[in-house]
Design a protein around this ligand. Sequence first.
Ligand code: SF4
Length: 75
Amino acid sequence: MCKILHNNWEVSVMKVYVDQDECIACGVCIDMCPDVFDWNEDGKSHVIVDEVPADLEDCVRDAMSSCPTEAIKEA
Ligand code: SF4
């Protein structure tokens, strides 16, 4: 989580990325959260949003805990 100012309110924003050295392209995260993860040109998963929408944070947390190599990291 990182803090940003939005309309003078400090809000927490979830940012994640996929460590390309650790991703084994199993596809679990893409199956679980297709609005956040997608295949890249190397055939591995990458994050397609700058910030995780609040309603998808639980989905991303589930994907992080389901990733077999713990390749999904919080930025
Ligand atoms: S779950 Fe992990 S190893 Fe599998 S595609 Fe996603 S980031 Fe890669």
